[in-house]
Design a protein around this ligand. Structure first.
Ligand code: UP6
Length: 273
């Protein structure tokens, strides 16, 4: 796990989107990603506007909206600019390369147009990472270096099979496609995981950790939670909280609480620098 402050990582990172991510975190003193798992555009935009000042990233599941439209895209993009946060569509691509390219770029959801960060599973093998990188790094791709991929290296659900060889392969492909791969969705830093690919000098993958909640240990469907302190102590650079924030009696107060605890845990990890 990184002991360096975001400001340092933001200056030296080879990936422009990672640099921006660290700059946003530093500027807003927030490593919170809110998982805005609401089901209408109005709720999503309302949440994004109210929580915007306290978060670094908003994570969407755009396909759970009952009324996705042009207004969803326009609204999200405007709020991302207004509040200086990045957008992460948690689509978890998992298919052959030819299919994921079409799911990512154009199509009904037009994910490439509005989402800075996407993620994928490596269950299909290396080709999925290669395909997404190829699309985003094509000379005629309109969004240039403002896009990046997180590899879903582990999952927080009970009995997850995203372990062992799967997690190792996640690290292999992240290293192999490091110009497009920002890092991982994982429960910890993965620097110690066995990998057949040697790390580049100064490798600095960003770790996003889901399953963060201050008041619950899990849900009835196998979700397993840890606290911001525990996640950041294990190497999370960004903590992702959904119900802990949006389903709290006062989501703005909750976001502030996660922001404060996330930031304090980060400062403790980097030695108060
Ligand atoms: N998510 C997980 N665990 C994973 C990967 N992704 O919970 O391993 C996503 C879920 C949801 C969010 O799809 O959007 O993170 C967690 O929401 P919660 O905080 O309300 O449990």
């Amino acid at each position: 796990k990184s002991q360096l402050p975001y400001s340092v990582r933001g200056k030296s990172h080879p990936n422009p989107l990672a640099r921006r991510l660290f700059e946003v975190a530093e500027a807003k003193k927030s490593n919170v990603t809110v998982s805005a798992d609401v089901t209408t555009t109005k709720e999503l935009l309302d949440l994004a506007d109210r929580l915007g000042p306290h978060i670094a990233v908003i994570k969407t599941h755009i396909d759970i909206l009952s009324d996705f439209s042009e207004d969803t895209i326009t609204g999200l993009k405007a709020l991302a600019t207004k509040h200086n946060f990045l957008i992460f569509e948690d689509r978890k691509f998992i298919d052959i390369g030819n299919t994921v390219q079409k799911q990512y770029h154009n199509g009904t959801l037009r994910i490439s147009e509005w989402s800075h960060i996407i993620n994928c599973s490596v269950l299909p093998g290396e080709g999925i990472v290669e395909a997404l990188a190829q699309t985003a790094q094509a000379p005629d791709f309109p969004y240039g270096s403002d896009r990046g991929l997180l590899i879903l290296a582990e999952m927080t659900s009970k009995g997850s099979l995203a372990t062992g060889a799967y997690t190792s392969a996640s690290v292999d492909y992240a290293r192999k496609y490091h110009s497009f791969v920002l890092g991982f969705v994982a429960t910890r830093a993965l620097g110690e995981v066995e990998s057949s690919v040697a790390p580049a000098e100064g490798e600095d993958f960003v770790v996003f950790t889901t399953g963060v909640n201050l008041s619950s240990k899990g849900d009835k469907l196998g979700q397993q939670y840890q606290t911001p302190q525990s996640a950041i102590g294990r190497g999370a650079d960004f903590i992702i909280a959904g119900r802990g924030i949006y389903a709290a009696p006062d989501p703005v107060e909750a976001a502030k609480q996660y922001q404060q605890q996330g930031w304090e845990a980060y400062l403790a990890r980097v030695g108060g620098q």
